[in-house]
Design a protein around this ligand. Sequence first.
Ligand code: BDP
Length: 684
Amino acid sequence: KEAYQCWLQYKKIEDGRQYDEYASICLNLAVVGDSVILNSALQELIQAVTSMFDKEPLITNYADPDSSIILGTYQDINLTDYGVDASIMDRLNEEGYLLQTVNNGKRDCLLLVGKSDKGTLYATHHLLRLIQTGEAINDLTIVESPRNQIRMLNQWDNMDGSVERGYSGNSIFFDNNQITTDLERIKDYARLLSSVGINAISINNVNVWQVETNLITSKLLPEVANIADTFRRYGIKTFLSINFASPIELGDLTTADPLDQDVKKWWKDKVKEIYAHIPDFGGFVVKADSEHRPGPFSYDRDHADGSNMLAEALQPFDGIVVWRCFVYNCMQDWRDRSTDRARAAYDHFKPLDGKFHDNVILQVKNGPMDFQVREPISPMIGAMENTNQILEFQIAQEYLGQQKDLAFLIPMWKEVLDFDTYAKGEGSTVTAIVDGSLYDYKFSGIAAVSNIGNDINWTGNTLAQANLYGYGRLIWNPNLTAEEIAGEWVLATFGSDSTVLENITSMLLDSREIYENYTTPLGIGWMVNPNHHYGPNVDGYEYSRWGTYHFADRNGIGVDRTIETGTGYAGQYFSPNKKVYNSLEECPDELLLFFHHVPYTHKLKSGETVIQHYYNTHFKGVEQVENLIVKWTMLEDKIDEFRFNNVLDRLKMQLANAKEWRDQVNTYFYRKSGIADEKNRTIY
Ligand code: BDP
């Protein structure tokens, strides 16, 4: 049960002062107004209160002198009646809210007032978070709006029930080529997502195969509509990934050429049909001309032609096209500098800036390659002044230990968001681009590949729940620190024991560096087993067509991406980043080998040589994993057996994995370079 509840534990609060304080506020609820979302807020509150206080709250549908919490929207709650300056609501966007303690003449009471009903739902979750993390709630003035407009999840779920890059069981949406009828689980997912402010979801994989192409047909749309209905109650819009060649594959036309009149009409009719089933349908997510998926290139058209055609069909219904920029030639060999995969997105899309309709959003992965443990920020971010952009993260740990190994991703995402692109001079952070403020985008925000499946604990590794939680919290408010997010999550998920809090928080915060240490530090990436991407395989991708190389030979290692002698990729950045990355002296150590090919004896800023750094980090990484196990083992009596063993088992797998990485990587470089470890440790 605990594993399933994630951070919505609502554990019974022990009798005492805190219980009394909270109970005096939480047991008399007034809900003003009526909507399905408001009802979800109320239901959540009832469920939480009943469980935390072991008492059912009193509920009225109007505020009376005994009400201790009043929830509703500002249209229905007259703030001036409570002596609150109503203009405070002007500072909020549509999803914002106010939590305000007021006196109603008879008693103190807490207003949970949304700018819309969605805001009220988020306000409710804010309150419950405060209680679950042990904060005082008797004198609140909290005014909040989400920083990002679109806060999205991409499921990579296939209709056969499998999940592409899924490490948590099968799909909760599909099974056996059918749409699930278990809406209860989807509802619980929606609850989790709305509690951290997610407001959009695409429910099927970006790789849309034969069966999934049918999701937009009248046969399946009623069932998609049931899912959309469930999410709607929690303020979440449903999107579908579509197959660009649908007009052909559904048997209606012989072409999918985006400039063909019949094709245009086909999509217009199709979109009309979809909206008849789902009136607030979000729109399409499209992977085109990438990794064997069809797209406009087949007709000699570009990505603006392709996306605009869909955008025109969606426009009358306020739908949007989320068009992915993960476009590169996956059949290449590295023949000349222009085929550097890192360059591909920018090379394809930058020339098209300004040509996209205003309901197209380009979705860009955070790095130029593919979710490695360390990549520079994609130079696409900030490069498209006149085109809506949305950033793509991957919560699923495809290249980060697949939810066997521990990797808390918030610190990494914070690095991305804090990065200054200099797109419009100093202060042009990624945050300011994706929140739509730097270029005044009409649509913008963040999307991420989900990490959940039908495992009882949702995420395989219980500690990987922290990434889903943290993703929502961080994109709601990018100013939160990784420490704050980790702390909140531990308190809500495991309670307030101080050792539990301290140990798990530090395990989470150290975990990404640990993973990097025993895998591929200095920006190399990719030394993974091909296809499934777990575990080491130093040359696994070195001589294949995917464009993911490290170029290790007996003299040195790294990819020359400089302007003068390399692929020129460094030139895609704004100054001064361009100069920093291009320069061997200035390039930060952690990305050195992403941008430069250097001898093994090259000295890092730390004073260590590259080869010695590799040996040191790999020995250290394994020790750090051993230490994670020590920290977790200390919690044995403080955590329920199920979750304790789940994580312990994973940590043991992680240790085996880390040792394998250490041994393979160290041996490989020892043999290539012939340079021994200065500390004479055994290299297998
Ligand atoms: C890669 C995955 C692949 C995805 C692709 C994508 O290995 O499964 O289909 O990205 O994002 O990371 O489209």
